[in-house]
Ligand binder design. Structure first.
Ligand SMILES: *[C@@H]1O[C@H](CO)[C@@H](O)[C@H](O)[C@H]1NC(C)=O
Ligand SMILES: *[C@@H]1O[C@H](CO)[C@@H](O)[C@H](O)[C@H]1NC(C)=O
Ligand SMILES: *[C@@H]1O[C@H](CO)[C@@H](O)[C@H](O)[C@H]1NC(C)=O
Length: 395
């Protein structure tokens, strides 16, 4: 506006000056814009390595080769992006006056150390991104006072262990991404203590071998991604206490066996993905407690489609409203290979000849007093279920 005014004045005075004014006009306008941009964020201005957007209270300092957090970030900043720099350490009080900061992006740096007190003052922070760095420990001491934190991203750091109470300073957390911790050796039984509000946890590709970690403190967990680890056997109690879990992904983990009752606590489960494992059979009734299950992925497992697969095929057709691609194909026995698991008992009859379980050498009657042992051998397919009926009810 003022520029146009001045141009008009010059034009009125002298025609010869006009062309000079027009040549200078772009210079004036860019100068005045730069002044406005620098003045807006407040008394501290914008650090020279960053670009600041006053309307969004956003400061972006990506790919500047920064080795430390630059000083002079405006106090009203809500979103600070420091990704893809060369920061190795975050000192105490680095963000001390940023009481309005909601999102702090420190991913893709070279951070090895985060001092206690590094995040002091960040009372509004809801998202902290630390993925793709060089942390070898969870910087638990620095999480103090982050009372609004909802999302914490620690993916792809060479963290070696998760000790007890690693996250109990941030009970407000709702999403925790610990994926790709490929150097992880140890997860304490108390690692997730205090995370009562956590809804999403990623532990995929974390080099976990053998037993599931203790997830029972996560009483509000809704989604668990724990694929690409190594669990040969899923035991009863592996998912103890996860009564609100809706989605569970355990793909690509070489699971060869899931024991009876392993899923008993997962009464809210809606989606289960067990694809790309080494399952050949599942125990009868495994899915019975999962009353809300509608999405199931079982493909890419070497299914044995003998008689012990009958219950599964029937159950799938009854309860999983999808087509047969959900669950993959038979691997054995040879004459069944290539058939869809869901269709093992369909098509040409007589391919499967199955018989009910029976008691071999059954005594005509058996009279036994209390506390004595009677042994009855029952012949069944390996993973079928047997229910004994006694005069006073099923046992
Ligand atoms: C897959 O399961 C079979 C038994 O069902 C077992 O013999 C084999 O070793 C397992 N393979 C792997 C890679 O775990
Ligand atoms: C089965 O469902 C998948 C996606 O869920 C789809 O891509 C595929 O075409 C379906 N197949 C049939 C035969 O309906
Ligand atoms: C079982 O044995 C006890 C004593 O050994 C006997 O008193 C009882 O009548 C027997 N009951 C039956 C049903 O044979």
């Amino acid at each position: 506006m003022s520029l146009l005014g001045r141009v008009a004045v010059h034009r009125a005075r002298k025609a010869a000056l006009l062309c000079l004014v027009f040549l200078m006009a772009p210079v004036w306008s860019s100068t005045s814009l730069a002044l406005a941009g620098a003045a807006a964020p407040g008394p501290q201005g914008c650090p020279p390595q960053c670009s600041c957007s006053s309307q969004l209270s956003k400061v972006v300092c990506t790919r500047r080769g920064l080795t430390r957090v630059p000083p002079g970030i405006p106090a009203n900043t809500r979103h600070l992006n420091l990704m893809e720099n060369a920061i190795e350490a975050v000192q105490a009080d680095s963000f001390r006056n940023l009481h309005h900061l909601e999102v702090l992006q420190l991913g893709r740096n070279a951070i090895r150390q985060i001092e206690v007190g590094a995040f002091n003052g960040l009372t509004s922070l809801n998202t902290l991104e630390l993925f793709d760095n060089r942390l070898t420990v969870v910087p638990s001491g620095a999480f103090e006072y982050l009372s609004k934190l909802r999302e914490l991203w620690l993916r792809n750091n060479p963290i070696e262990s998760i000790p007890s109470y690693a996250f109990n300073r941030v009970p407000s957390l709702m999403r925790l991404d610990l994926g790709e911790l490929r150097k992880l050796q140890y997860i304490s039984d108390g690692a997730f203590e205090g995370l009562h509000n956590l809804k999403y946890l990623n532990l995929g590709m974390c080099n976990i071998r053998g037993e599931m970690p203790n997830l029972s403190p996560l009483q509000g967990l809704e989604e668990l991604e724990i694929s690409e680890n190594l669990f040969s056997d899923i035991k009863p109690g592996s998912f103890r206490g996860l009564r609100t879990l809706k989605k569970l992904w355990v793909m690509n983990s070489q699971i060869s066996m899931i024991e009876r009752n392993a899923f008993d606590d997962l009464s809210s489960l809606v989606e289960l993905n067990l694809a790309h494992n080494n399952l050949s059979t599942l125990p009868h009734g495994l899915f019975a407690p999962l009353k809300y299950l509608v999405e199931l992925h079982l493909h890419h497992n070497p299914w044995n489609c003998g008689c012990e697969a009958l219950w599964l095929a029937r159950w799938l057709r009854e309860y999983i409203p999808t087509n047969s691609t959900c669950c993959g194909r038979c691997h054995a026995p040879a004459h069944m290979r290539g058939r869809q698991l869901v269709e093992v008992d369909q098509g040409d009859t007589g391919v499967l000849q199955c018989s009910a379980p029976f008691i071999g050498d059954a005594p005509r009657d058996l009279n036994i007093s209390a506390e004595r042992v009677a042994e009855l051998r029952c012949r069944t397919a390996p993973m079928s279920s047997v229910r004994w009926l006694l005069p006073n009810g099923p046992y």
